[in-house]
Write a protein that binds this ligand. Sequence first.
Ligand code: HEM
Length: 405
Amino acid sequence: MGKDHGDDIDALPLFPFARTDPFHPPAQYAEARRQCPVSPVRLWNRQRAWLLTRLAQFRSVLQDRRFSGEFARPDFPAVTEARVAIDKAERAFVGMDNPRHQHFRRMFTREFSHKRMMALRPRVEAIAADLLDRMERKGPPADLVADLAVTLPALVMCELFGSPYEDHAYIMKCAAGRHGLRQTPEEAARTASDLVAYCRALIDAKERQPADDMLSRVIAEFVLPGTLGRDEFADICAMILRAGHDTTTNMIGVGTLVLFQHPEQLARLKADPSLVEQAVEELLRYVTPVQFAPRRVALEDVELCGMRIRKGDGIFAVAPSANRDEDAFPDPDRLDIGRDASQHVSFGYGIHQCLGQGLARIELHVVFTALFARFPGLRLACRLEDVPFKYDSQIFGTYRLPVEW
Ligand code: HEM
């Protein structure tokens, strides 16, 4: 058996590590990739967990059934106490192992198919064009986060769900209230149950008055025949709303800022907009908005990279680190929109790999095309030091992004 670091939990470094550079993950990850790619850490509750910092173990563990992704397990690892409350309140399939996970997820795969997503693309383009019109009318400076990055995914969610556009403000509030690392367990639980109640009411409304949208189709196909309960469906809807909002918002905000910081890469994209798909993959790799997921817990003792992981130990597959793995991405700290970044794991890996990645990609392709076509001279309207970064959130991003053109 490999090294298990004994029982001296207090000797282990406390996780999560503070992020100090907005464009690079904590330096401890690079050190771990070099010295000890499967690294032991201590969590807030003195639980031991292991960081998977390289792509190889990231992928192998997320496909290994000796590790569970059941949020309800008492030993499931979390970065804060509030996050435990959120995990225990999560009843949708993101927190389930197979076969239950697959039972529910397959009811939604058609709704996120390539064909459905392509059908949604013109609506995403129209929403983006409308938001850019408004920005242009108001004139510079604008806050790219409020005026585009937060609003666009919320309106796209309304489109997907067939919910009234006026509801987008409420969706934005609930999504934002979820990912802070400083919120209390009570606040976290309240935000979660509010959003489920909103979805439950929406399901009732769609059942009374069906339309051409995801909710109405799932009601007809699975709820009415009795395969999916209304409360189960409400939990899944709330999960999809949360999963699809803050992530996309922060990719738009930080992605734009990263391009500002790399003027030669931005010039390449403006000169050849057909690079946008490759550029978005590279931005997803470079930014990696989701900081501390996917997670697992060991169901038995497992030896990995010479380390002895014990039953009940937590696992963090650290996407921001795996996306900077030197073996997979040469010169990983350099942004290069021409590189093939398609192996990145910003959407997770294995059975829980992001269900909405097709939609996220469409939103990002549309934004990074339309934004610079409309405002070729778009630039940051404050000093970099004055950009308020979300160092206190599970989803890295910026609270505001002042821009001018
Ligand atoms: C840039 C935007 C996005 C990023 C970076 C992202 C990232 C992720 C990641 C890392 C996971 C895996 C979580 C885990 O294993 O614990 C995930 C799962 C998921 N995402 Fe996304 N996501 C994005 C956008 C979206 C959108 C737009 C939707 C839907 C509208 C969505 C819906 C989901 C769902 C339903 C899951 C759970 C899948 C499952 O458990 O089977 N995501 N996402």
